[in-house]
Ligand binder design. Structure first.
Ligand SMILES: [Zn+2]
Length: 345
């Protein structure tokens, strides 16, 4: 493993908030490098420059962690798209690229494992072996290429999350384990989300919390309870969509005529950068330690969140100066005629 000399994730968390940035799969799908549906990160091998560029944009926006794009780069998903033979190459290259870009700044590199779709609580023993083997092979390649810690994310089952945690702890790396939350109150194996976070923390997860599925408005109340129950570090990585009580997850969002819009017609519900900045401030006030973003995330959100946390980041050089806009700034009176006359009739 290449030697890494920076302060690790736990030291950084001790010093204050760590800013995360994810949403690689959704963003690279929008940019035309990943197929919606299977959502396998084929971009890693097919268009590495596109991935490198997005890492760099998140880095410039203030992300403290470059998360290797190995989400869904596991045996089950690669089989779905007929690329099982690319498994090792895809995993290794994803970590290598994350490392390359992390070194352009002061970012850490996280290995990433996720829900496998192979875990089955009704056939726990056999399915656990399959899941464990998938995590072990992915993380052995990641460790070999060099990572600072591991994020196990989007866990639908507490049982599967605990397998991930064991594998990570076996590698003696810090573990961040976060839950998906597609159901109202419980994981797919029936644990209250808050209880599940507490169990993960009690089993040695260094950082616990939630990612994906919910926007800030519907994730915050659960994270508030997690914060009050868990003494260790808490993570929150919502999606930047306006989920609400009646439609608490982005999978449940519907258009006015009742049509399901997940996952590729979600735009009408996107949060603004100001709403995401407000979320970052509220999460910090609540005592959340790892504040990030998931599917739907983009660099403009991350910069707004970084600045809301009081930081000036490389991309702040081009942060908005709306007062200089000819239609909004001081010269609006004289320009008004030119630009607005048609609209006013
Ligand atoms: Zn997500």
């Amino acid at each position: 493993m290449p030697a890494r000399t920076q302060r690790g994730i736990l030291e950084r968390l001790k010093g204050g908030v760590v800013l995360g940035a994810e949403g690689y799969v959704f963003e690279l799908e929008r940019r035309g490098y990943i197929k919606a549906g299977p959502y396998v990160p084929e971009v890693v091998l097919d268009s590495p420059d596109a991935l490198r560029e997005l890492h760099r944009e998140f880095l410039r926006a203030g992300a403290d962690v470059m998360v290797a794009l190995t989400y869904y780069a596991h045996r089950g998903k690669l089989k779905d798209v007929g690329r099982e033979n690319d498994l090792e190459a895809m995993n290794r290259q994803a970590v290598r690229i994350a490392n390359e870009v992390a070194r352009e700044g002061d970012a850490l590199v996280a290995g990433d494992i996720c829900n496998t779709w192979a875990y089955d609580p009704k056939d726990k023993d056999a399915s656990s072996k399959v899941v464990r083997a998938m995590y072990e092979e992915q993380l052995s390649w990641a460790v070999d290429e060099g990572i600072d810690f591991v994020i196990a994310e989007t866990n639908d089952y507490l049982g599967e999350a605990l397998i991930a945690l064991e594998v990570i702890k076996g590698l003696k790396l810090p573990a961040m384990v976060t839950l998906a939350s597609t159901r109202p109150h419980q994981t797919w194996d029936g644990y209250d989300y808050v209880d599940a976070c507490k169990i993960l923390a009690d089993h040695g997860a260094d950082i616990v919390g939630m990612n994906c599925d919910r926007g800030p408005a519907t994730m915050m109340p659960i994270i508030e309870q997690v914060r009050s129950r868990v003494s260790g570090y808490v993570a929150m990585q919502p999606v930047p969509y306006k989920t609400q009580a009646a439609m608490p997850t982005f999978e449940s969002l519907k258009s006015a005529d009742g049509t399901n819009i997940f996952p590729i017609a979600l735009e009408p519900f996107l949060c603004t950068r100001f709403e995401m900045a407000d979320y970052a401030r509220r999460a910090q006030a609540l005592g959340v330690n790892y504040i990030g973003i998931c599917c739907g995330g983009g660099p403009h959100y991350v910069r707004a969140m970084a600045e809301a946390l009081g930081r000036t980041v490389p991309a702040s050089k081009y942060s908005p100066a709306i007062e200089l806009h000819p239609m909004i700034g001081a010269k609006v009176e004289e320009k008004e005629k030119e630009f607005l006359v048609d609209w006013k009739g």
